[in-house]
Structure formats: C-alpha cells, structure tokens
Design a protein around this ligand. Structure first.
Ligand SMILES: [Zn+2]
Ligand SMILES: [Zn+2]
Length: 96
C-alpha cells in the first residue's frame, strides 16, 4: 500500500485522504520504506476509537474535548471515558 506524503505529513486524513474539516492527531505510523516515524492525523469519521489523551485505542465512546489554551481557541482532541474520569474538570464539547 502506498501512502501519499500529504497523509504522512498530517495534511490529510490518513485513512481516507480528506483535507476538509477538523483533522485530529491520531498517533504515529512508521513508514515501511524509510523506517521514519510520522505523527498522523485523521478526520472525524476515522479518528473514532483512538484516544489522543493516552495515545492509544479507546474501548469506550470518545468525546470531543477542548484543551486549555492561554489565548485563542482551545485545541480540540478526542478523549475516552477513562481519561475524562481522570480529569473531571476536562471541558467537553459535544460533537456536532
Ligand atoms: Zn477519514
Ligand atoms: Zn484515553
């Protein structure tokens, strides 16, 4: 399977190549040829199942959370139920 450079650079969903909408950090992949590790991103349709808070697959439903930022909009990520319970004041934003 060939992987486009845009997907490896996180400029497109790693699974489907979508470039529109929010792209969420979805872990890392090791390129089969170079052995180089790339942080990848996925669209909302394909990030489900990956918790970006413990950087692993989630076994529970994911919710969109907003990480605090000193200024400007927070960073939107997905968190599993376990991670949300461990951080009980984690701000939650319902996915639209
Ligand atoms: Zn996708
Ligand atoms: Zn988690």
């Amino acid at each position: 399977m060939s992987v486009s450079i845009a997907r490896l650079h996180g400029e497109a969903c790693y699974d489907c190549g979508a470039v529109l909408g929010d792209l969420i950090p979805a872990g890392e992949v090791t390129h089969p040829d170079s052995g180089r590790v790339w942080p990848i991103r996925k669209c909302g349709d394909h990030v489900t199942g990956w918790c970006s808070w413990h950087s692993g697959p989630a076994t529970s439903a994911l919710r969109v959370v907003v990480a605090a930022a000193n200024s400007g909009p927070g960073i939107r990520t997905f968190a599993c139920e376990t991670c949300r319970e461990q951080r009980d004041r984690m701000p939650i934003e319902d996915a639209q």
